[in-house]
Ligand binder design. Structure first.
Ligand code: FAD
Length: 331
């Protein structure tokens, strides 16, 4: 038993970004452990995706192909991938922490008497083993986890990695052979009916292409206070965005949500106003060129990713900033 197996996810004939991030995590682990790296996709008629996978640095790729895998079902995926894992006997199985993975991966791990170590934000090598890092209490604590394995004959360690925790742009290119693996599947064993996939957020507002974003969090306290932040966004010529609680409250539409279950943005300027900086928010905006945070708590995690921080009451700072911007622009 040896090696790292990464399971990639695809939809509509394309991989999602988080799959490449999971593969980057797999490359890092394989390199650190000196173990082979394999990667797999499951579905039907996956040739173009297989060719794309062949261009990455890995030892081997697999297309887990069956007509019954054409549409995703948890039953189908668990049965098929279980067979691949039994054939390859990897030490680690790495997945992106997507909604689909949350649906089937715990059951897959249970088949091997394992749990899924979910939503990792990092890992490090410690002697012969790995330490995996997960966040607790809304990102206030980082916890270290170890797996007892790998030992001969033991089941693999199942891991899923959080969006943004590894960088897809650090993925190494290469040339790998990708072969077809045909699992034995029986229609009677697939009890789920394929459903339309869950969508994180409707994207009618394209925050992804905005160069200035003014983002507001729970520090704003009430919906009635939002126009104050809107005015700053307008003065700067930027788009208004928000953390999840603001959208969950219905104060702003879901498409303005930034984060792991919202949009991923990388503007030139990201203003975080009354946002604590939970990891689920940070993964959606940490690619921003310049981050300015306004928060009354000097220990708020947002300051760790901020280029400029203003420790203060947003109800004083925001109107003053809007005034200053208007003045500077001669408005
Ligand atoms: C599966 C999952 C997915 C999630 N996806 C997302 C996501 O996509 N996007 C997202 O944002 N969150 C997401 N979350 C929620 C996330 O964990 C946090 O709960 C959320 O980001 C917190 O939002 P916030 O920073 O606005 O609120 P809080 O954490 O409550 O922070 C409010 C901040 O405002 C500051 N503040 C208060 N009053 C003032 C004032 N007068 N002046 C200045 N500062 C003030 C406080 O100091 C505090 O730091 C997700 C959670 C889960 C479990």
């Amino acid at each position: 038993m040896s090696g790292v197996l990464v399971l990639l996810e695809h939809r509509g004939g394309a991989y999602n970004r988080m799959s490449w991030e999971a593969l980057a995590a797999g490359q890092e682990m394989a390199k650190a452990a000196g173990q082979p790296l394999t990667a797999a996709i499951a579905g039907h008629e996956l040739e173009p995706l297989g060719s794309e996978l062949a261009g990455k640095k890995l030892d081997k790729g697999y297309r887990v192909e069956h007509a019954l895998l054409k549409d995703y079902t948890a039953d189908g995926y668990v049965l098929a991938i279980e067979q691949l894992i039994k054939k390859l006997e990897p030490s680690f199985v790495v997945l992106p922490h997507t909604y689909q993975v949350r649906d089937f991966a715990p059951r897959l791990a249970t088949r091997f008497g394992q749990v899924l170590l979910a939503d990792l934000v990092g890992l490090r090598k410690d002697g012969d083993s790995f330490v995996f890092i997960r966040q607790l209490f809304q990102g206030k604590l980082n916890a270290d986890y170890r797996h007892n394995g790998p030992v001969a004959g033991s089941a693999p360690c199942f891991l899923s990695v959080q969006a943004g925790a590894f960088r897809a742009d650090s993925l190494e290119a290469g040339s790998a052979s990708v072969e077809i693996f045909s699992p034995q599947l029986d229609a009677g064993a697939i009890r789920n009916k394929p459903q339309p996939p869950f969508r994180e957020a409707a994207q009618t507002v394209d925050l992804g292409s905005a160069s200035i974003i003014v983002s507001v969090g729970r520090g704003i306290k009430e919906q009635d206070n939002l126009p104050m932040v809107e005015e700053l966004a307008q003065a700067l010529g930027g788009e208004l965005a928000a953390s999840r609680p603001i959208c969950d409250n219905g104060w702003l539409p879901m498409e303005r949500q930034v984060g792991s279950s919202g949009q991923t943005v990388s503007p030139k300027l990201y203003l975080a106003i009354g946002i604590s900086g939970a990891i689920q928010h940070l993964v959606g905006m940490k690619g921003s060129k310049t981050v300015v945070a306004i928060n009354k708590d000097e220990n708020a995690p947002i300051f760790e990713v901020a280029d400029y921080g203003i420790v203060g009451d947003l109800f004083e700072v925001v109107p003053a900033l809007t005034e200053a911007v208007k003045k500077a622009r001669g408005a």
